[in-house]
Design a binder for this molecule. Structure first.
Ligand SMILES: [Zn+2]
Ligand SMILES: [Zn+2]
Length: 282
């Protein structure tokens, strides 16, 4: 690749791409310092063969363009534009489980890359809202895409269900909504078990999870406010009396999604528990 090596591009800190929030999704584009002389950054070269026929061939820099393309189709929410593993707060005031969660996120990436994608176990980040579960999951896929070119997507399950419900009215099939996600190599399922979890919603979730479960080269990263056990062995009645009324103190994840989906998830993902105070309230 022939690129002008910018030693000190202050715009992209020499990453050669810049990210921004475009209509609610994080988008990346080549930085102005990225300058492929062969293709002017398009990734394609128009070449005339011996018969005078013009053909398009990939430029050597196409790998970089592909990463940006995967990134721009990943559906990462715009509010995570600057989030990465390097700016996940784990200072001394934070609960040590957060430092552990960060380490495990880094280990996950390392092992995934070492095993060249044959690695099939994901992570399920469990804990109260505001601890940065989505921050970690998003940071993992950002790095997998931009450093390693792995196909990843993000889906807010609650929003997906809402879209499907709307889609029914518009004659768009359930499959059209779900298919882009079930087949992707690495998928972040955000906010699992949020909402009422009606029979209809659980049927869709079951299809979603089962398909990924049966395809054993797919990796799923999950975030959920619900835990596998209620905290401190305190029963739900005591939590109610203590005024802890959020659903996640009263129900376990298994109760929310049912034993079948739960047990599959537990096989597909290693548990990462996060504890502590809500970041956003500090
Ligand atoms: Zn730059
Ligand atoms: Zn090029």
């Amino acid at each position: 690749m022939k690129t002008k090596l910018a030693i000190n591009c202050s715009t992209c800190r020499d990453l050669q791409y810049v990210v921004s929030n475009v209509k609610g999704k994080v988008q990346a584009k080549a930085c102005k310092c990225f300058d492929c002389e062969s293709c002017q950054g398009t990734g394609r070269i128009l070449q005339e063969d011996a018969d005078g026929i013009s053909r398009i061939r990939e430029c050597q820099c196409a790998d970089f363009s592909k990463k940006l393309k995967i990134f721009n189709h990943a559906g990462i929410p715009g509010k995570f534009v600057h989030e990465g593993l390097d700016n996940y707060e784990v200072g001394t005031l934070r609960h040590r489980s957060l430092k552990d969660a960060l380490t495990r996120s880094r280990t996950f990436i390392k092992e995934f890359i070492q095993m060249k994608g044959q690695y099939s176990q994901g992570l399920i980040f469990m804990g109260e809202p505001g601890l940065g579960k989505t921050h970690l999951a998003v940071s993992i896929i950002k790095e997998l895409i931009l450093k390693h070119g792995v196909e990843c997507k993000f889906v807010d399950f609650f929003e997906l269900l809402r879209d499907i419900r709307h889609g029914y009215g518009e004659d768009i099939s359930e499959g059209e909504f779900i298919n882009p996600y079930v087949g992707v190599k690495v998928l972040v399922v955000d906010e699992l078990a949020k909402g009422r979890n009606t029979d209809w919603e659980l049927t869709i979730l079951d299809h979603f999870i089962s398909t990924r479960y049966n395809d054993d080269d797919k990796v799923t990263l999950v975030t959920t406010n619900f835990k596998d056990k209620l905290d401190n062995g305190i029963g739900r009645e005591d939590n109610k009396k203590a005024g802890l009324s959020s659903a996640s103190t009263r129900y376990t994840l298994e109760e929310k999604i049912g034993p079948r989906i739960f047990s599959r998830l537990m096989e597909m993902c290693k548990k990462v528990h996060l504890q502590g105070k809500d970041f956003r309230q500090v």
